[in-house]
Ligand binder design. Structure first.
Ligand code: ADP
Length: 441
């Protein structure tokens, strides 16, 4: 394998595909690895995105895994490192105040220490997907993060939209702001602002961006930073720094996947607003759907396993005729009620375990086009399927591409050579599940 240009570490699996999607659209050939690659990559690529599941684990573990990923990427020759987190800037929130700091800051600082870097940026802005940062405040669509549906997330509720404050609470280094005036004025102004912040002892700067043009202007000013931390949006402006242009032909070639085969299914464990609307649209379309029996899943192991088998038996006859949807997706009130028994973490883990057993069972039945909804949910599912590497294909909606499971070892695992989509909770139009398979024809 030749040396890679951009080495990326993503803190969840859907976020990784979101980033990879932006890089592919900007003309880079990209492979996503689910976890730290055990072996060399099978494809010739410009960028590698290592997907970790570190968004909702303890900071010490998140740091350890991120540093291992960094080492792998450095050995593969990466000229720049990109730490990718969620466009809603959320990460782990533990049960006590001490732990309520989140992982983004600690991982950023650990990477800075390991790379001996004195300055980096942090911005989750992705205007194409309705994530904008203005005067350091994150907006989700038209409302502040803290007024968005993220205030009710089952695992990582976000109650403050001021990212300078959020990041400062997670960091030892001083956090500053590169505001929209500098970004709008372009390369020289951003470079001057970075120099000014450095002189003030600022180690990490939140960056405003309210349009894709802002991100494209920002890109060149980041060329000399060994480490960039961001959501997926900043990635659209980076390939140009390596001399890669997104001409129609090169982007189409970078996104080509093998022809689709086999049966089709959607497995959804996301309870985000967008996913609730997507499940409702599927139900309205009259196609087969089955809600997970949560009482069984949260009961004994035997009850949970019986529920998995019962869902697979239900799906089998439908699969020959068209796609099915299996889901635990529920609205905020139902999620709160469900969590009362075991708490949010244990509930989430048990639901993820059941859904990933279902995803594996579906593939064993012959499903080869599989849509997974929810960051944590898809992480659990691709691990259960043994998909270690994914080639990134064409975009379905902003932030969500079709992918193709690649084999990295002699042992064939269930998810190899199938088409997969990992949909982040709040991404995708309301007819996402209905339209998604048509795009593979
Ligand atoms: P998103 O991308 O929307 O944040 P995730 O999969 O990352 O989705 O997170 C959703 C979490 O909620 C998962 O841990 C999942 O297992 C859990 N979950 C799914 N359905 C329910 C439910 N009905 N009640 C409680 N928790 C649920």
């Amino acid at each position: 394998m030749s040396k890679i240009l951009l080495g990326c570490i993503a803190d969840d699996f859907t976020g990784a595909t979101d980033l990879a999607n932006n890089l592919v659209r900007a003309g880079m050939r990209v492979v996503q690895t689910n976890g730290i690659p055990a072996q060399a990559l099978t494809a010739e690529v410009d960028a590698v995105v290592i997907a970790l599941k570190t968004r909702t684990i303890a900071p010490t573990d998140a740091i350890a895994q991120s540093l291992t990923a960094l080492n792998w990427l450095k050995q593969a020759g990466s000229r720049q490192i990109y730490f990718k987190y969620c466009s809603t800037f959320d990460s782990w929130y533990g049960a006590n105040d001490d732990a309520k700091r989140g992982n983004i800051g600690p991982v950023t600082e650990a990477l800075m220490d390991a790379m001996d870097v004195d300055f980096t940026i942090a911005t989750p802005a992705f205007p194409d997907n309705g994530r904008t940062v203005f005067k350091g405040h994150l907006f989700v669509g038209d409302v502040l993060l803290s007024e968005s549906s993220m205030k009710n997330h089952p695992l990582t509720p976000m109650l403050d939209a001021n990212l300078v404050n959020v990041m400062q609470a997670q960091c030892q280094r001083k956090v500053g702001l590169i505001d929209y005036r500098s970004v709008a004025a372009g390369f020289d102004a951003v470079t001057a602002r970075i120099a000014e912040l450095r002189a003030q002892g600022v180690g990490i700067a939140i960056v405003d961006a309210i349009s894709n043009d802002d991100l494209m202007r920002l890109g060149p000013a980041l060329a000399d930073l060994p480490l960039v931390t961001a959501g997926s949006g900043v990635a659209i402006g980076l390939p140009q720094n390596f001399g890669i242009q997104a001409t129609g032909e090169s982007a189409a070639q970078a996104a080509a996947l093998p022809a689709a085969k086999g049966w089709q299914a959607v497995v959804s464990g996301s309870c985000s607003q967008a996913t609730n609307a997507q499940v409702a649209a599927w139900q309205a379309s009259g196609q087969p759907h089955k809600a997970l029996n949560l009482a069984a899943v949260l009961g004994s192991d035997a009850q949970s396993q019986a529920e998995v088998q019962s869902v697979l038996s239900w799906a089998k006859p439908f699969l020959t005729r068209g796609p099915v949807l299996i889901y635990s997706t529920a609205d905020v009130e139902s999620v709160k009620t469900t969590q009362t028994l075991l708490g949010s973490d244990a509930t989430g883990a048990r639901v993820e375990q059941a859904l990933s057993a279902i995803a594996k069972g579906l593939v064993e039945l012959g499903v080869q086009q599989l849509v997974l909804a929810g960051g944590e949910t898809s992480g659990a599912c691709v691990l259960a399927l043994g998909v270690e590497q994914m080639q990134i294909g064409p975009q379905i909606d902003p932030g969500v591409p079709w992918c193709y499971g690649l084999s990295s070892k002699a042992r064939e695992t269930a998810g190899v050579n199938i088409h997969l989509t990992l949909k982040s909770g709040n991404f995708g139009s309301s007819d996402f599940f209905v339209k998604v398979f048509k795009l593979l024809q």
